[in-house]
Design a binder for this molecule. Sequence first.
Ligand code: ARG
Length: 561
Amino acid sequence: MDYKRLIASAITTDGVDCEAAYALIMPSKDSSRGDYSLPCFKIAAAVKKSPAALAAEIASSIKIGGYIASAVSEGGFVNFTLDKLAYARDVLQAALEKGEDYGRSDVGAGKTVCIDYSSVNIAKPFHMGHLLNTVLGAALYRIFNKLGYNAVGINHLGDWGTQFGKLITAYKLWGDDADIDSRGVRALVDIYVRFHKEAEKDPSLEDTARAWFKRIEDGDKEAIEIFNRFKKSTMAEVSRIYDRLRVTFDSYAGESFYNDKMDAVLESMSDKGLLEEDDGAKIVRLGDDMPPCLLVRSDGATLYATRDLAAAYYRKKTYDFDKCLYVVAYQQNLHFRQLFKVLELAGEPWHKDMYHVAHGMVSLEEGSLSTRSGNVVYLEDVLNKAVDKAAEIIAEKSARLEGADEIAEQVGVGAVIFGVLYNNRIKDMTFSYSRALNFDGETAPYVQYTHARCCSLLDKCGTVDAAPDYEGISSPEAGEVIKLIDNYPQVLLSAAEKYEPCFVARYLVDLAQAFSRFYLACNINNAEPPVKASRLMLVKAVKNILCDGLRLLGIGAPVKM
Ligand code: ARG
């Protein structure tokens, strides 16, 4: 039931547009003031009245009845209270009827949204720096899909660049196949680090590296073969982590994919008169507030930006997207501003559909360092450590839990994902194992634990053979839970609109906390059958949402913990 719609259409005040009111009505923050509230400031300005006068006028003209129990003005607000029992009944029936599909919508029907996320680099460690864009992008991917969009998950692999010339040079000198087979990327990183150390003493290594990169560019068989081995070894490791994080992609078209697609794009930039020669390089000038975008270096080499430009055209042509998102850290703000500006200057109307979904940096309490120094925090190590710690806590809490290993995996990995998705994405943050694994905190384990508790309650209470009496859920504690259940579809819409999966994470904690208060205040198992029946409906609806919300974030929901 769309209560906002119901309230909006009960407004008959002259000059007030129902649609305008509809857009403004929101769930009340303070339940003692009612269930929904309409701030009148905007519409009052339109009809040239004071907000308080308009609010009073609207409140007195509302026809009471149906679900609306009262409409009261307070300052520039009208507060609406709903008929609690009818409200509870409808919310729960609607939620339960749809099961885990509750919250699904068709707002995105017929629309395609490309989401570029994770986009790891070949032969580089999958480190903490890639955690947030990976889980953030994957969460948006699932949320958009749930809202009816056709989401296209794209892993724009970093599989091109002069560093591969260095790596092949290092491999030829010190590479050990057995070591690479067993230690994968770590072995590659070791020889890459060694290259930089040795090149300081012997600069001729840089020339060798350039020559090898030229051979890759020219499609030389040996060079490509070696490079493909690096790629295969990296992807094996990366896929293992993607599986644990429940991350999937529809396309792995990375940077090298655009090698044969850049010429056409450069030509069209040149035809449009945008490409300028500058000291042998080719650039696009972007005006006074941005440095020019460098597309071809003086030695003829293309750049990251050139490949992104080709990728943007390719995505538009291939997917005809309505939106194209880039989930990438804010360090690349300038890169994306430049990219979008080039498209604007090129006269592409869809430049307005491109968004850089920027996010902050995650560091570990111990501190994290960069690749080149060889001192880097591997994401896999972080996941393993979190799972080990989860296993310890679980063993302490419930000594003989069946499938404890699998549960520890879900709890440990879930804690890491939730830990970094809980804050607004733009914020820098420090990840702490103990905070993320606090079973009573604002964490995945807490939400998972609440879910498991709902499961065991439903299991223990069985089914009740009586028509539900909704008086059983008329307490303020139950009311809070019901209001949250009602809000779930709206939370998903806002999360998609603002590209903020943290709205879902926060909501899940709110729901779990509200449920715990309800559970403490209301007896379920020993209540009279009709009361018990209504309470169990609530438990079931909460269970479904906790499970679905966790799923959207990429987190499992064990039925026992
Ligand atoms: N591989 C890049 C990095 O690790 C991120 C790529 C982001 N996507 C893009 N289309 N530029 O920094």
